[in-house]
Ligand binder design. Structure first.
Ligand code: HEC
Ligand code: HEC
Ligand code: HEC
Ligand code: HEC
Ligand code: HEC
Length: 179
């Protein structure tokens, strides 16, 4: 009688099993790598520097406390400071070229929900949820980095934790978040 080799120890199977594992791992690694890396922006805007010198988040994202969207600063807001700053490196020259012509800077969105989701900053900021809770430690970033896992389960989890059972009825109602 021929000795039976268990199926998982047969050479062909071992090699293809190894390949599948490699591909899966590779996918996981590149998946994480790509989702957390910020997209290339027209100017490598340094959040860390500007927040470090005292600019509040809401100085630039003025809508966050008062309305549904936080909004991005206009070129004029940059130019208000940068007109006085000597453009002595390439990044400062880029700011000057948009600023002196008042051209809008084509920023690439980073934190964005599908169109069928209704998100409103105001109730969150009013309830004292900090920007960092949802967007990560932006004060330490250059350009904003996308955050993993901003999905429906994430919204509902926090709504459940931060509300009374009566309020959770409203905060988990489909119509609260979907048109
Ligand atoms: C409150 C004033 C202020 C505002 C508003 C401001 N900046 Fe700055 N920014 C500065 C100062 C000060 C520096 C440091 C300049 C230096 O190093 O000489 C700087 C530096 C920079 C740098 C250079 C980083 C490097 O590589 O050296 C970039 C790029 C930049 N800002 C982009 C912007 C953009 C884009 C906006 C608008 C969205 C903006 N800034 C708004 C004050 C401001
Ligand atoms: C409860 C979580 C949460 C908090 C707290 C929060 N955000 Fe957001 N933010 C989001 C979500 C979700 C989006 C995507 C919204 C969309 O696409 O409709 C977003 C989008 C943004 C955007 C880009 C789109 C826009 O609205 O203009 C900016 C800028 C922003 N947030 C800044 C801030 C700042 C600054 C604060 C603090 C003052 C803050 N956010 C607090 C969840 C949050
Ligand atoms: C001097 C202006 C300025 C300040 C201060 C500032 N930001 Fe920003 N923010 C920008 C600009 C310009 C962009 C677009 C480039 C980028 O994505 O980084 C941006 C992008 C963002 C985005 C992604 C927006 C999108 O379109 O998806 C978030 C989230 C954000 N900022 C949060 C914050 C938070 C939180 C703070 C405070 C810790 C802060 N910002 C302070 C200018 C500013
Ligand atoms: C970190 C906690 C947290 C996260 C994450 C969060 N929320 Fe909230 N949300 C709150 C709190 C707190 C309130 C205010 C509750 C209140 O006023 O009773 C709120 C209120 C709201 C309201 C207003 C509801 C109303 O009728 O007053 C909407 C809409 C909303 N959230 C949508 C979302 C969506 C969509 C997401 C995910 C993209 C999300 N939230 C993620 C904590 C959170
Ligand atoms: C607190 C906010 C919130 C509530 C309440 C909520 N959703 Fe969502 N929903 C989201 C967000 C954010 C997304 C988009 C991100 C994602 O796909 O997870 C989403 C996505 C979806 C999607 C698309 C899923 C996909 O894979 O593309 C469906 C379908 C959906 N929701 C149905 C519902 C139904 C039905 C209810 C009520 C039982 C509900 N939602 C309640 C926030 C909410």
């Amino acid at each position: 009688m021929k000795p039976q080799i268990p199926w998982w120890q047969r050479p062909g199977i071992r090699i293809s099993g190894g390949l599948v594992l490699l591909i899966l791992l590779g996918g996981a690694v590149t998946g994480i790598y790509f989702t957390q890396i910020p997209p290339e922006q027209p100017i490598p805007f340094p959040h860390n520097f500007h927040v470090g010198v005292g600019a509040d988040c809401t100085y630039c994202h003025t809508g966050a406390a008062t309305g549904p969207s936080a909004g991005l600063p206009s070129t004029n807001k940059c130019w208000g400071c940068h007109e006085q700053i000597e453009p002595r490196n390439d990044n400062l020259k880029l700011v000057a070229s948009y600023g002196s012509e008042g051209k809008p800077i084509p920023w690439v969105p980073v934190a964005i929900m599908p169109e069928f989701v209704m998100f409103n900053h105001r109730p969150h900021v009013t309830a004292g949820v900090t920007c960092e809770t949802c967007h990560g430690d932006v004060a330490k970033m250059t350009t904003a980095e996308p955050q993993n896992g901003m999905n429906m389960g994430w919204c509902l989890d926090c709504h459940k934790k931060s509300s009374t059972p009566e309020d959770f009825v409203r905060l988990s109602d489909c119509a609260t978040c979907h048109y």
